[in-house]
Design a binder for this molecule. Structure first.
Ligand SMILES: *Cc1c(COP(=O)(O)O)cnc(C)c1O
Ligand code: SF4
Length: 344
């Protein structure tokens, strides 16, 4: 054995050695180069060339676990289409703008957005574990939205000062991207406000990085006085493999309400069959389909757009085929409106 490999145990230091949590390791190891993704999936390298160019304004990012659910050799794989940049992203299409849902106007100081009565969004971080190409916040100025531990103080104080707020929604980016320690502090602070009764977490991480659902996270959700609800984000049944199923099962032990929101996306889930499979699979995991959003017209995502009439027709087909509670509400966001608009 070489001397350099001998580990010296320092018994004067009671701290256990720092072990990086699995999810952080997986995140650090996520694929950030379209060429590597195309290589892994045996796709035409020319596709990667185009993707590199198309990711100019919004970098490419996908965890390997999500890639493992894609079909090798299929350039139209519904999971691949959600994450692989396409040249169409660079097109300027009339009506597709940088802030399609009027969030800038609804900002209430750092990290806080209130548009609807009784509930507010707290933007915990700008980061995500995956970059979805259709994301309506792809141009959100997170850097200036002040989402940092220090700014939570101001956000929490604003919530404390507004007795009409009964529900705080942690959003982002992806709120589960932050540490358990920071999350626990934040949730404790929110729970110290007596008029807040409910905590909702909007996150895609249980689907794209299921190892993030740690025992410590479950403990935090299990011990808060707030009624907890987690809204995950899956668009296609193939996103929900056995690893995701396992993390959802563990989560369902401590979170009484698990919901899913999906976005209706051209080429990904715009058929009745695909949406039926998604709903069925969600229900089997204990997750209730909540919203099916029509695409917000964000610049760079016009190639995902599905007409409203198609959405309405698809929901009608779902109603004919599924139990009532398996049918999501078709919703669209109109800037300035007091709620999301239900179209079906
Ligand atoms: C979607 C959204 C909510 C939550 O709306 P629900 O209909 O309660 O799910 C809250 N605040 C903002 C700004 C939103 O965009
Ligand atoms: S995880 Fe959510 S916020 Fe992040 S890029 Fe995807 S859709 Fe956008």
């Amino acid at each position: 054995m070489e001397i350099s490999t001998v580990r010296v145990i320092d018994r004067t230091n009671p701290q256990p050695p720092m072990v990086r949590e699995v999810w952080k390791q997986e995140l650090a190891d996520a694929v950030r180069d379209p060429a590597e993704l195309c290589d892994l999936l045996h796709l035409d390298p020319a596709l990667a060339q185009k993707s590199k160019k198309a990711s100019r304004d919004f970098p490419f990012l996908v965890p390997r676990g999500f890639i493992s659910r894609m079909q090798p050799g299929d350039p139209n794989d519904p999971l691949l289409l959600q994450v692989l940049p396409r040249l169409e992203e660079l097109d300027d299409v009339p009506g597709f703008v940088s802030d399609p849902v009027g969030e800038q106007a609804a900002r209430q100081g750092p990290g806080l957005i209130q548009k609807y009565h009784g509930r507010c969004l707290l933007l915990v971080t700008g980061g995500c574990a995956v970059h979805c190409r259709y994301c309506f916040r792809r141009e959100f100025p997170y850097a200036e939205s002040g989402a940092s531990p220090a700014s939570f103080v101001d956000a929490v104080n604003e919530i404390r000062a507004d007795e009409s707020i009964h529900e705080v929604i942690l959003s982002g980016g992806d709120p589960l991207l932050v540490d358990d320690t920071l999350l626990e502090t934040l949730i404790d602070d929110i729970a110290s406000i007596s008029h807040v009764r409910r905590l909702r977490i909007h996150t895609r991480i249980p689907v794209v990085l299921p190892s993030r659902i740690t025992e410590q996270l479950l403990h935090i959700l299990n011990t808060t006085r707030l009624a907890a609800c987690v809204v995950i984000h899956a668009n296609h049944a193939a996103e929900l493999d056995s690893v995701v199923a396992d993390s959802m099962r563990r989560m369902s032990r401590v979170v009484p309400i698990l919901l899913n929101q999906a976005v209706l996306l051209r080429g990904v889930n715009d058929t009745a069959e695909s949406l039926i499979q998604l709903s069925e699979k969600l229900l089997n995991l204990g997750v209730t389909p909540y919203y099916l959003h029509l695409l917000d017209p964000v610049r760079g995502a016009s190639h995902f757009d599905v007409p409203e009439e198609t959405g309405i027709r698809l929901i009608e087909e779902l109603r004919n085929r599924l139990p009532g509670y398996a049918v999501p509400r078709l919703a669209r966001e109109h800037p300035g409106s007091p709620s999301k608009t239900w179209l079906a």
